[in-house]
Design a protein around this ligand. Sequence first.
Ligand code: SAJ
Length: 451
Amino acid sequence: MQEELQERINSSKAQICVVGLGQVGLPVALSFCNVGFVVRGLDVDKDHIELLKNGKSPFEEPILEEMLIKSRKEERFFPTLDQNAIAESDVIIVCVPTPISKEIKPDLSLLKNACDTISRFELKNKLIVIESSIPPKTFESMILPSLSGDKTTNIFASYVPERLSPGQAFEEINTTPRVIGARDQKSRDVTYDLYKKIIKADIFKTSPIVAETCKLVENTFRDVNIALANEIAMICERYDIDVLEIQKICNSHPRVNLLTPGPGVGGPCLPKDPYLLLNPQDSEQIDSKIISNARKINDYMPSHVFHLIENTLKEQNKEIKNSTITILGTAYKGNVSDTRYSPSEKIASLLLETCSNVKINDPHSKISFGAKYEENISKAIKNSDVVVILTDHDEYKNINLQEMKKDMNDDPILIDTRRIFDKEIAENVGFTYVSIGYNNKGIKNNYSLLK
Ligand code: SAJ
């Protein structure tokens, strides 16, 4: 009954099962533990579950390990491979990935499997929440039918898209407004009571399709705006002016907010959510101009970085194939360990096509993308002709340029795609300094995407 479940939620006595303990599911599970709930964390990865049982975080996220150790010690968090966790819980929250396939279509197989697994249990009077990003209409046309066919009247079900940014997960769960798209009024009320336990911000109540669409529009908005910044950066290169100076002045206008250009857009969300938006469940793909061209621009950026490297070497009468190149950063953004869809992968593969001396370092990840992994930053830099900074990790911001110059070969080149160093300082030390959207005088700009 609704009142009974609400009472159990309000008194933090409801048992919760979080399905999928990744970068969303794990912080969500621990946030509920933190406010007094007992949470079972269900995942299919045995190693992952073992790590969690031992209080070890499988990825980098501030305060995650502390929260994990605390919740384990207080016997509030139980990572498990056992699907009976579903039967034993009042609330089931699904946080599995929804990637895109090679054909650039939504791949909902993991979500469908999770729903099919859940539907094998008696769900009467339980609340099922989906947090994974999904194409519009998926909740009504795939999730509800697969959860329990015509028995759905007995369950409470809502779509509550996650909104946390990796690297600030706990803070954002707590402070970012959320949206509940519920199948009916009762589900909405129960879901609201549950989420207000962990959220100190507005919670909007709406239909599932509005919640689905909002989530995808947010990430599409960011992707399109980064593409605009990237295209403007390449225009600035043609004019030999600095896009960051343009950004600073333009953003002093009260209605302008130009984002920051970079080597491309990575991570598990932004590169694929625009495609989810354009591929509604069970319907034709929607045609788009701005959204799909923004994706093309962001996907082009790794090639642009490759051209910057190639053309800078040419200016020094050197060739990529005879050079030693060091990539600093495989993670898709600073101070995280996640390398999914990272622009570094494409840049490494373009370099490796012509150059056999490509070294790679990332203090947060051991992934090498086929290059030679160097654990130590100084060793990675040693005897290189070119250092390419692709991720703005704090460790790289602390590099001493004088020492780096000493370690590198003569006429060192610094390709700083994240602008963590100052051009003048780097040039005074003796580097050829090149960046995206900069007055890289004499360096040819090959940008011709929309020709
Ligand atoms: N990037 C730029 N320039 C910028 C901002 C970002 O090049 O000015 C690049 C980053 O380097 C990175 C990529 O974009 O490669 C994505 O980074 P991000 O910090 O913009 O976003 P994510 O993917 O870590 O998290 C996003 C967030 N969405 C929005 O900000 C609208 C987060 O709130 C979502 O919850 C998350 O996607 C998600 O899970 O959907």
